[in-house]
Design a protein around this ligand. Structure first.
Ligand SMILES: Cc1cc2nc3c(=O)[nH]c(=O)nc-3n(C[C@H](O)[C@H](O)[C@H](O)COP(=O)(O)O)c2cc1C
Length: 159
């Protein structure tokens, strides 16, 4: 394996940044994720990579539902808040006010660019991140312009 080429080419795959939220049995998860892509028109499917040794994966794997909140193009500061574990305080997560989504009743942030409510169809656990295949059940736009592109932040995740 040409490690340098592998790293460079994998990092060339374009990504945006999102705050994934999920809940099971009173346990809430909220984490910034980037490895997301669409995989079907009908039904609308997405696939994402979720780190298996996280609270977020433990919650998502049980709940089998989640929301993908799209960060706005100038919300890098918000993205940063969800790189570490956060717990809800009232109706806020990391100081960001949330509401509950219509179908799944999961945290959504109206000041972001929008959200997708998703149902997990399959979890393929083959590496340090599991590949989660999910169907989009509902979608709503928010007040911010999106997306927040990973390449615009100076951060990298991949390789
Ligand atoms: C730039 C960047 C992108 C990230 N993308 C992902 C991702 O796609 N999937 C993932 O599981 N974690 C990703 N992470 C790590 C999560 O943000 C982190 O594991 C999570 O916030 C842990 O929270 P928890 O302990 O509450 O689950 C990323 C981190 C950074 C810095």
């Amino acid at each position: 394996m040409n490690e340098a080429a592998k790293k460079k080419l994998l990092q060339m795959i374009p990504h945006a940044l999102y705050v994934l939220t999920a809940e099971t049995d009173g346990k809430v998860a909220a984490a910034t994720v980037s490895w997301v892509t669409q995989t079907s028109f009908k039904p609308p499917l997405i696939a994402l990579g979720v780190k298996v040794d996280t609270h977020t994966f433990a919650v998502l794997n049980l709940s089998r539902t989640f929301v993908l909140n799209y960060l706005g193009d100038n919300q890098k500061d918000i993205a940063q808040k969800f790189f570490k574990h956060v717990e809800p305080e009232g109706n806020t997560l990391a100081g960001e006010t949330f509401e509950l989504s219509p179908q799944l009743k999961l945290p959504v942030f109206p000041n972001m660019a929008g959200y997708l409510e998703c149902k997990v169809l399959e979890v393929a656990a083959h590496g340090d991140h599991a590949t989660v295949v999910a169907e989009v059940l509902e979608a709503e736009l928010g007040s911010a312009d999106g997306p927040l592109k990973l390449e615009s932040t100076g951060w990298s995740y991949g390789g």
